[in-house]
Every structure is written in C-alpha cells, then in structure tokens.
Design a protein around this ligand. Structure first.
Ligand code: HEM
Ligand SMILES: *[C@@H]1O[C@H](CO)[C@@H](O)[C@H](O)[C@H]1NC(C)=O
Ligand SMILES: *[C@@H]1O[C@H](CO)[C@@H](O)[C@H](O)[C@H]1NC(C)=O
Ligand SMILES: *[C@@H]1O[C@H](CO)[C@@H](O)[C@H](O)[C@H]1NC(C)=O
Ligand SMILES: CC(=O)N[C@H]1CO[C@H](CO)[C@@H](O)[C@@H]1O
Length: 328
C-alpha cells in the first residue's frame, strides 16, 4: 500500500526533473562534445589512430562502418559487438553475421591511445561511433558531428545478433519492420543502405539469387539478367570463401554509386533490390542515381546520427570498459 501511494509523487518528481533539467542540445542523453571537459582530445586521437590504419589498409573502412551498424542493432550502441566470447558465453562476434567483421584492432588501438590521455573516461561504444564516422570521411565520404556520451554494456549474446540483424534475404516489408523496431524511418533505411557503396560480400549472401532461387534451378528475376553471368563467374555454387565487391571498382571511395547500381537492378542483395519495390525508397534511389547523390552525403550523416542513438546507455547505466573486448 505504502509503495502504491508513493508512485504519483515519484512520477511528479520525474516530470519536474525532466522539465527543468532537459538539456536542449542532448538527443536521448547524447550530445556533441560530451567529453569537452573530461577528454578534450578524444576526437583528434581517434581520428589520428583511424587514419593511421586506413592509410595502410583502406579496405578496413567498410567493415568498421558495418561494425557500428551491428553494434547499434543488437542491444543498442553499447559496444556489445566488441566483446569477446568467454568460456561460458558465445558473444555477438561469434554469430554468423559477424564472422566477416574485421578491424577490431583499430578500435582497440584507438581505445588504448584514448586511455593514455584520459583513463577510464571514454566508452568503447563512443569510440566505435567516432571510428565509423572517421573511416567514411577518410575515404572521401561525408563528415558529421557525432553526439557522444554512450556507456558500455556488459552483455553480448550471439543469439541476439541473429534475431536483430536483418539478413540479405529480407524483402521491403521485413526491412521496414526491422528498422521501425529500432526507431528508424523508411528514409533511414534507404539512406543507410547506401553504406553498401563500399565493401565486399561473401558469395553465400547472394548466390541463392543466381542458382535455384525458388527451388526450380532458376534465377532472381529482379536481378539484371546481363549481370548474372558476371556474378556466376565469381561465385560457383557452394563457394563460401570468395568475396565480391558490392559496387565493383568502388571499394575505396564513399560515393553515391550504390544508387546507380541499384537503379540498374544490379544491387547485390535481395535487400538492395527490395528498395525498388516501394514507391518512397524507389524514388530516393532514382533521385540519387540521376543526380550523382545530390543529397546523399547530407542525408547519410543525419541517418548515422539517428542510428547512433539506438538504445544507448547513458548516465550511470553500464560502465566505461577498460578494454573493449572485455567487461570490467
Ligand atoms: C538494410 C539492411 C542491411 C542488410 C540486409 C545488410 C546486409 C549485409 C551483408 C549480407 C553484407 C555482406 C556480408 C558478407 O557476406 O561478408 C553486408 C556488408 C556490408 N554492410 Fe550491410 N546490410 C544492411 C545495412 C547496412 C547498414 C545500415 C550499413 C551501415 C551504414 C551497412 C554497411 C555494410 C558495409 C560497409 C558492408 C561491407 C563490409 C565489408 O566490406 O567487410 N549495411 N551487409
Ligand atoms: C578476442 O578474440 C579474438 C578471436 O576471436 C582474438 O583474436 C583476440 O585477440 C581477442 N582479443 C583480445 C583482446 O584478447
Ligand atoms: C515479405 O516476406 C514475408 C515473409 O516471408 C511475406 O509474408 C510477405 O508477403 C513478403 N512481402 C513482400 C512485399 O514481398
Ligand atoms: C533446387 O532446390 C530444390 C528444392 O529445394 C531441390 O530439390 C533441388 O535439388 C535443387 N537443385 C539444385 C541443382 O541444387
Ligand atoms: C571476428 C570474430 O570474432 N569472428 C568469429 C566469428 O565466428 C567464428 C565461428 O564461431 C569464429 O571462428 C570467428 O573468430
């Protein structure tokens, strides 16, 4: 009884607190320049470390961008994707969609450099968000301000990666549902899919479209029939190791070529082709394809910030990990 009576008082107090203490420049508790006083050099350190790696290995840019996406879609952007499995726990890293993630050494190196300057202050989740921004801008893509203040989670489960990450076989209805579940819009879906303008895919992510699509030895009719022999020559049935550039010849530069390719019905995944099956996403693909990405760079920064807000831990939730692969 006593606790029941306390509830309205508690709610009122919360309301008063939120009315008077909401900071106008915070989005869901994150804000640009969160570490201004506690670690003023963090963004410069992360950028320098990232640039050091990318100048030697530009192909690391794409898996690092993807890593932030995988972090955010599973338990929110809490660095859970960075945790290693233990004797008793299969972490997200060991789930099938994560098997092709690379570049953990870049995040670990950035974290080590940041720890030297300001020990115990900056989360691994924030470092990953900054690295993802920096890799894109380092390969001629847009640069956006990254709100920070995320804290690190303590849980990472392989099973959750499987249920939260959209597979390449999803149709438009399933993709929209997956993004809506994370609080993202249809525009975010079509804009963030543009991340596929860089990087590679393993054959099994799309070979169903080339061989036996519906169990009748057929191909996916939504894929340009002139493109099929090219893809077949790269991926024989059953090949699980070969990698193929998602946008041929463009892995080193972040640009709007993805949309040109998708508009020509040459998007690699069913999920890429699916963007042509909804009038809003199709209109966006066609616009960017015909204008060499008139608004894509601007849109990408906005949608990356939206994605970076998913399920973040702030305040005293979670922890600031000492090493990104291990909970404290
Ligand atoms: C819309 C739903 C999405 C699906 C179904 C999807 C699916 C995939 C798949 C299957 C691969 C290839 C994995 C492999 O076989 O090695 C891949 C690669 C990639 N994805 Fe996505 N993805 C989606 C959204 C995103 C988003 C939101 C981003 C980031 C903004 C992103 C960035 C990337 C990048 C950069 C790569 C290349 C990775 C590399 O080169 O190693 N994807 N994606
Ligand atoms: C985490 O596990 C990977 C293998 O999955 C290993 O290569 C790496 O060294 C481990 N990280 C650390 C910091 O021990
Ligand atoms: C998408 O896939 C789901 C599940 O297989 C199916 O129920 C739905 O009809 C499909 N929608 C479209 C637009 O193809
Ligand atoms: C194609 O798929 C069907 C149904 O799953 C299967 O019976 C058939 O053996 C497959 N054909 C080939 C060539 O793999
Ligand atoms: C990066 C990473 O941890 N990859 C792992 C993905 O899962 C396979 C199989 O479980 C592991 O062998 C990889 O090390």
């Amino acid at each position: 009884m006593a606790t029941l009576k306390l509830i309205p008082v508690f709610l009122l107090l919360q309301l008063v607190i939120s009315v008077f203490f909401v900071d106008p420049i915070t989005a869901q508790g994150l804000k640009v320049g969160f570490y201004k006083k506690t670690c003023p050099s963090v963004e410069a350190i992360v950028k320098k470390t990232t640039a050091h790696f990318i100048s030697r290995a530009p192909t690391l840019a794409s898996p690092l961008l993807r890593m932030h996406f995988h972090d955010c879609f599973v338990r929110g952007c809490d660095g859970s994707v960075l945790l290693n499995s233990t004797a008793t726990n299969q972490a997200e890293k060991s789930a099938i969609p994560n098997q092709s993630l690379r570049g953990f050494q870049v995040v670990d190196a950035a974290k080590a450099a940041v720890e030297k300057a300001c020990p115990g202050v900056v989360s691994c989740a924030d470092i990953l968000a900054l690295v993802a921004r920096d890799v894109v801008s380092l390969i001629e893509g847009p640069r956006w301000e990254v709100p920070t203040g995320r804290r690190d989670g303590r849980v990472s489960l392989a099973s959750e990666a499987l249920t939260n990450l959209p597979p390449p076989f999803f149709n438009i209805t399933q993709l929209k549902a997956s993004f809506t579940r994370k609080g993202l819009s249809v525009k975010d879906l079509v804009v963030l899919s543009g991340g596929h303008t860089i990087g590679n895919s393993h054959c099994p992510s799309f070979t169903n479209r080339l061989y036996n699509f519906t169990g009748k030895g057929d191909t996916d009719t939504s894929l340009d029939s002139n493109y099929i022999p090219k893809l077949k020559s790269k991926c024989k049935p059953g090949d699980v190791t070969t990698i193929v550039e998602m946008v041929p010849g463009s892995f080193k530069t972040f640009d709007a070529d993805y949309y040109t390719l998708v508009a020509k019905r040459r998007g690699l995944f069913q999920s890429d082709a699916a963007l042509l099956t909804d009038s809003d996403t199709r209109a966006y693909v066609k616009l960017q394809a015909s204008t060499h990405g008139s608004t894509f760079f601007q849109d990408f920064g906005v949608s990356m910030v939206n994605m970076g807000n998913i399920g973040v831990l702030t305040g005293s939730a979670g922890e600031i990990r000492k090493h990104c692969a291990f909970v404290n």
